[in-house]
Design a protein around this ligand. Structure first.
Ligand SMILES: Nc1ncnc2c1ncn2[C@@H]1O[C@H](COP(=O)(O)OP(=O)(O)O)[C@@H](O)[C@H]1O
Ligand SMILES: O=C(O)C1=C[C@@H](OP(=O)(O)O)[C@@H](O)[C@H](O)C1
Ligand SMILES: [Mg+2]
Length: 199
């Protein structure tokens, strides 16, 4: 019944907000997983602020991600990304959707695991490819065989993304359903973890 589902969602929202406390909810995962789209939706549902690290980088640099890669190279982009995430992790709560490389940085990952709550949006290669191939905004995929590049990144990164606190399967279902699943998964952490304070 719709009423029962609605009240369950409301309970999950309240539960997730309690579990989160002052922490940031950090979405991690590969390009196309839906971190930006689902993160924004989850923030709306939890009624907490939303920040996308790529958008924040574009705002402070006044350049697009593609322009940054082009002008300064990946290393400089990563340095900027680390600075932005480090700053954002100091206050909360908010939903923070990261770029796919953020959680691969060991120091950043430790910071997120220590003071945030991380959700890995996990998706199969074909779903990721179907989504990212519609746009050419991702410089790492400007290769001779971008699907193979994505597949290689998946092999390298999935063992690391798996260190996130929660895993949610991102699939071809409406975004609201995936967002609700992420919220339910966070609510289920109640009692399972000590509150971690932001330092
Ligand atoms: N569950 C979904 N169903 C349909 N389209 C989706 C879903 N999740 C994400 N998308 C779309 O896929 C594309 C990539 O999503 P995005 O949020 O930018 O991923 P990421 O930030 O992880 O790279 C966007 O066009 C987004 O609207
Ligand atoms: O995986 C990566 O290393 C990257 C992912 C992108 O963000 P999305 O994961 O939001 O596409 C963006 O930060 C940049 O192109 C690099
Ligand atoms: Mg994104």
């Amino acid at each position: 019944m719709a009423g029962v589902q609605a009240s369950t969602l409301e309970q999950d929202i309240a539960g997730a907000r309690r579990v989160l406390g002052h922490r940031n909810l950090v979405f991690v995962g590969l390009m196309g997983a839906g971190k930006s789209a689902i993160g924004r939706l989850v923030a709306q549902m939890l009624e907490i602020p939303f920040v996308d690290s790529d958008h924040e980088i574009e705002r402070v640099s006044r350049m697009t991600i593609a322009e940054l890669f082009e002008a300064y190279g990946e290393a400089e982009f990563r340095a900027l990304e680390t600075r932005v995430i480090t700053r954002l992790m100091k206050t909360g709560p908010r939903v923070l959707s990261t770029g796919g490389g953020v959680f691969m940085n060991e120091a950043t990952r430790s910071r997120v695991l220590k003071s945030g709550l991380s959700v890995w949006l996990k998706a199969d290669l074909d779903i990721l490819w179907a989504r990212v191939s519609k746009r050419d905004t991702r410089p790492l995929l400007k290769t001779a065989n971008p699907k193979q590049t994505l597949s290689d990144l998946l092999d390298q990164r999935y063992p690391v993304y798996a260190l996130a606190d929660v895993t949610v399967q991102s699939r071809d279902d409406v975004k609201e359903t995936i967002a609700a699943e992420a919220i339910a998964a966070i609510a289920r952490l109640a009692g399972g973890q000590d509150e971690i304070q932001i330092s």
